[in-house]
Design a protein around this ligand. Structure first.
Ligand SMILES: C[S@@+](CC[C@H](N)C(=O)[O-])C[C@H]1O[C@@H](n2cnc3c(N)ncnc32)[C@H](O)[C@@H]1O
Length: 160
């Protein structure tokens, strides 16, 4: 994504947020998760990749987002794309609560794992958004949900 942003001459940074210690905030809605899953990576591996691709637009935020790292994002930052791949309900909800009013009209939030049997929390959280009047929620059959901030209603300040 960072490479594609660079090729598109986007000037803004690409923030990569991960605990690097696995999944956090698993709860009762996430029956396949306990916390700590997918901890088999490390920041140095991503640093290496960023270096090898010679990417200058990447900022890596290590820790729980937004709780521990949101203060490292530029205070006036606005976003066109947010990819949420956090596996569990509360993490997805907290990320969305932080970013939604920072998304530009027409901006897109992509949820990984939508509809996956082991990620019921993500499916539930996305489904809770379908009646919101400031967004369009699409189910991509590859296991993504796509949420688009609708320009007209967003401009009218109709967010609930
Ligand atoms: C399925 S992995 C995906 C990692 C990466 N997107 C990839 O494709 O390799 C989900 C990761 O999200 C991270 N994660 C979950 N909730 C998070 C949060 N609130 N803040 C930061 N990272 C989080 C965890 O480290 C977990 O390993």
């Amino acid at each position: 994504m960072a490479k594609r942003a660079e090729l598109a001459h986007a000037k803004d940074p690409v923030y990569l947020c991960d605990t690097f210690e696995g999944v956090v905030k698993a709860g009762a809605l996430d029956t396949a998760y306990k916390g700590g899953e997918h901890a088999d990576t490390a920041q140095h591996m991503v640093d290496d990749l960023v270096r090898r691709l010679n990417l200058k637009n990447v900022r890596i935020l290590k820790g729980i987002f937004p709780d521990e790292t949101a203060h490292l994002v530029d205070s006036d930052a606005r976003f066109r794309l947010c990819h949420i791949d956090v596996d569990v309900y509360d993490s997805a909800k907290d990320v969305m609560a932080w970013i939604w009013h920072r998304m530009v009209p027409g901006g897109i939030v992509v949820y990984d794992d939508y509809g996956f049997s082991v990620c019921e929390g993500i499916t539930k959280y996305v489904n809770e958004q379908v009646d919101e009047t400031d967004r369009l929620v699409l189910h991509n059959l590859n296991g993504h949900a796509i949420v688009i901030k609708t320009p007209s209603l967003a401009a009218a300040g109709s967010a609930k």
